[in-house]
Design a protein around this ligand. Structure first.
Ligand SMILES: O=C(CO)COP(=O)(O)O
Ligand SMILES: O=C[C@H](O)COP(=O)(O)O
Ligand SMILES: [Zn+2]
Ligand SMILES: [Zn+2]
Length: 354
């Protein structure tokens, strides 16, 4: 099957009440880990590449790694999604490269650090929707800035995150604004801010409602019940992986992620795409540290990449099962992007916002 539209997968997830993890990938082993996990449980797949991933591997490698996955697993509906595009030009580049879905993250200005105005966000997102839908490519936008409600700080581990302190009104997506935003842009999926942030250091304690606002998901969903919601920064940061890393020479500080049961609750209220990168990083690092510690004489990279890939696969498989993806892949038609483009043109996929 050629690459499919993210909209088609999220529509299917909405009708059938499940959520799809979107895994960040940077290299061969991560692509193989996600695909094998999906194959074992019959899950549809969203592979996403950040700007950092494209810089690390090089765009041709990202493109061909994902295309190789469509050849090796032709029966799995697969979306190639660009994560956190900082400008319409970057999204255009990804569409030209063959991505079947893009994120225009207009919650921050092009520098990836300065919170943007609502008007700026609508303008850039609308422009990306116009060009993407003509090709049948899906668009995710973001309203509200990801950040830690305890400290007012955004994740500082990757290239994207607001600088300085944010207040709660910037870090919690407003339901009414969300409705205006969806109406004005016509996007396919909306990333919301509810207290999650990127990276391993999300919460200083197991999160409760004051720092992880699942109640806000419910309020947004009540206002825009037909829009697919996206949760970024949704790694669960399993304590056993932190313990393994530290047991074998790592030095990670105490930290907590987004509990799986909170994500499961959010899935009941319109969350259809759940972004996970950090958990794969933790799983691979733990496995790699353990293997090298136990086998100090080994030097063939394949020997330590194999357990790392296997650990990533187990993590992905667990999330597919926990989010309800099991057995869904064969039920998805896998329309071509041309067919999807025609459906956008006819207005069949227009957003319904009252
Ligand atoms: O949101 C993400 C990518 O867009 C990844 O989030 P994590 O850092 O929680 O894995
Ligand atoms: O958006 C955040 C992802 O975790 C990507 O991280 P990255 O920019 O380090 O590749
Ligand atoms: Zn953002
Ligand atoms: Zn993100």
């Amino acid at each position: 099957m050629a690459l499919v539209s993210m909209r088609e997968l999220l529509d299917h997830a909405a009708v059938n009440g499940y959520g799809i993890p979107a895994f960040n990938v940077n290299n061969l082993e991560q692509v193989q880990a996600v695909m094998t996990a999906a194959d074992e449980v019959g899950a549809p797949v969203i592979l996403q590449a950040s700007a950092g991933a494209r810089k690390y591997a090089g765009e041709p490698f990202i493109k061909h790694l994902i295309q190789a996955a469509t050849e090796m697993w032709p029966h799995i509906p697969l979306v190639m999604h660009q994560d956190h595009g900082q400008s319409p030009a970057i999204c255009q580049g990804a569409i030209d490269l063959g991505f079947s879905s893009v994120m225009m993250d207009g919650s921050l200005m092009e520098d990836g650090k300065t919170p943007a105005s609502f008007e700026y966000n609508v303008d850039v997102t609308r422009r990306v929707v116009d060009m993407a839908h003509q090709k049948g490519v899906s668009v995710e936008g973001e309203l509200g800035c990801l950040g830690n409600l305890e400290t007012g700080e955004a994740g500082e581990e990757d290239g994207i995150g607001a600088e300085g302190k944010l207040d709660h009104s910037q870090m919690l997506t407003d339901p009414e604004e969300a409705a205006q935003f969806v109406k004005a842009t016509g996007l396919d999926a909306l990333a919301i801010a509810i207290g999650t942030s990127h990276g391993a250091y999300k919460f200083s304690r197991k999160p409760t409602g004051d720092i992880l606002a699942i109640s806000r998901v419910k309020e947004i969903h009540a206002r825009i019940p037909n829009t697919h919601l996206v949760m970024h920064g949704s790694s669960s940061v399993p304590q056993e992986l932190l313990a393994l890393i530290n047991q074998y020479g790592g030095k990670m500080k105490e930290t907590y992620g987004v509990p799986v049961e909170e994500i499961q609750e959010a899935i009941k209220f319109g969350v259809r795409k759940i972004n996970i990168d950090t958990d794969i990083r933790l799983a691979m690092t733990a496995a790699c540290r353990k293997f090298l510690f136990e086998n100090p004489d080994k030097f063939d990279a394949r020997e330590w990449l194999k357990p790392a890939r296997e650990a990533a696969k187990q993590l992905c498989k667990q999330r597919y099962l926990e989010f309800g993806c099991e057995g869904q892949a064969p039920k998805i038609k896998g329309e071509t992007l041309q067919v999807v483009a025609a459906r956008y043109a006819k207005g069949e996929l227009a957003q319904v916002v009252n």
